[in-house]
Write a protein that binds this ligand. Structure first.
Ligand SMILES: *[C@@H]1O[C@H](CO)[C@@H](O)[C@H](O)[C@H]1NC(C)=O
Ligand SMILES: *[C@@H]1O[C@H](CO)[C@@H](O)[C@H](O)[C@H]1NC(C)=O
Ligand SMILES: *[C@@H]1O[C@H](CO)[C@@H](O)[C@H](O)[C@H]1NC(C)=O
Ligand SMILES: *[C@@H]1O[C@H](CO)[C@@H](O)[C@H](O)[C@H]1NC(C)=O
Ligand SMILES: *[C@@H]1O[C@H](CO)[C@@H](O)[C@H](O)[C@H]1NC(C)=O
Ligand SMILES: *[C@@H]1O[C@H](CO)[C@@H](O)[C@H](O)[C@H]1NC(C)=O
Ligand SMILES: *[C@@H]1O[C@H](CO)[C@@H](O)[C@H](O)[C@H]1NC(C)=O
Ligand SMILES: *[C@@H]1O[C@H](CO)[C@@H](O)[C@H](O)[C@H]1NC(C)=O
Length: 240
């Protein structure tokens, strides 16, 4: 009898301990996985950033759990799933050897409002195949947007608008039609300031063919010309 009560007691204790590990809060220590931390620190080391403008990067160091770093979000397994380094005063070019591209679990990446010094958007962004939110707006990228971005077919929101920044991005080869061809689940597309140089009707034809889930489309200063056939937009039931 006593033994039974004991085993009952110890199994409920076990369940409580198990529950603790399953529902542990996001800020728990020891969540950070070593390879994720080292990728983040390597990325930080490569970035030129002005410590006077940085509120997030400047605090990243291994005395604290990387999942608790400002601008970093992990899943329950300690994999980095979101990075927000907008307005961090990062400057200089970023190339394919950045350890950012080792963070294969990333679902959300915001590098908006930095200054990547008129460098190209590296094709390595195409490695982040799980990304659903990508925001590189006003971050000083320039030249042709690489086709690899168009391979990120899980994207729900893409913001590459350059309005107000030094870089001039363009969609020439691939052009807009090819670029959006497989971005079929996209709900938000912001390309303000990107040189698309299309006729309005060509643009809407491409949108109506591929982007049927679109809710938000923002294309100021994209070098579009008339005529525009608005009837294509009637196919976009979600557009607000
Ligand atoms: C940061 O601010 C300090 C104090 O205002 C200044 O001396 C320093 O030059 C600034 N650093 C940069 C990189 O702008
Ligand atoms: C490391 O990070 C902590 C908390 O973010 C901060 O208080 C500390 O000053 C940092 N240390 C260094 C050497 O940057
Ligand atoms: C930005 O690019 C210019 C010209 O390509 C170069 O001279 C300058 O050193 C670069 N700045 C940084 C911080 O990489
Ligand atoms: C990438 O940039 C770093 C400096 O940030 C440089 O040391 C490295 O050689 C570059 N790699 C490639 C492949 O261009
Ligand atoms: C991208 O980031 C900038 C700066 O944080 C923000 O203003 C903009 O709304 C973001 N874009 C999207 C589509 O969320
Ligand atoms: C876009 O590019 C494709 C492939 O290069 C081409 O067939 C198509 O005519 C172009 N569309 C426009 C509107 O320029
Ligand atoms: C879109 O997907 C099709 C089928 O997988 C592929 O043949 C085509 O090259 C893709 N287009 C782009 C722009 O990635
Ligand atoms: C935009 O691109 C077109 C061709 O793709 C080019 O003729 C034009 O000069 C570009 N405009 C700007 C402002 O870069």
């Amino acid at each position: 009898m006593l033994q039974m009560r004991n085993s009952c007691f110890s199994s409920s204790l076990l369940i409580i301990i198990l529950l603790f590990f399953i529902i542990r809060p996001g800020f728990a220590n020891g969540l950070c996985i070593k390879d994720q931390e080292s990728a983040l620190l390597k990325m930080k080391l490569r970035f030129n950033f002005n410590a006077n403008f940085s509120s997030k990067l400047v605090t990243w160091n291994s005395t604290t759990d990387c999942c608790a770093w400002s601008g970093v979000t992990c899943d329950n397994g300690g994999q980095v799933i979101a990075i927000d380094l907008s307005y961090e005063g990062v400057s200089g070019a970023m190339n394919s050897s950045s350890s950012l591209f080792d963070l294969q679990h990333l679902r959300s990446l915001n590098l908006a409002a930095n200054n990547f010094n008129s460098s190209e958007i590296t094709p390595a962004f195409g490695k982040l195949v799980n990304v659903v939110h990508l925001n590189l707006s006003t971050s000083g990228f320039s030249l042709q947007i690489p086709i690899e971005i168009a391979h990120l077919t899980k994207l729900l929101a893409l913001d590459l608008s350059t309005v107000g920044s030094s870089g001039v991005l363009k969609l020439e080869n691939p052009n807009f039609t090819l670029f959006v061809q497989n971005l079929t689940v996209l709900e938000e597309l912001h390309l303000g300031g990107v040189n698309i140089s299309y006729k309005g009707s060509e643009l809407f034809r491409a949108v109506a063919r591929s982007l049927l889930k679109l809710k938000v489309l923002s294309l100021p200063n994209c070098f579009l010309s008339g005529p525009t056939d608005w009837s294509y937009l009637l196919r976009l039931k979600s557009l607000s």
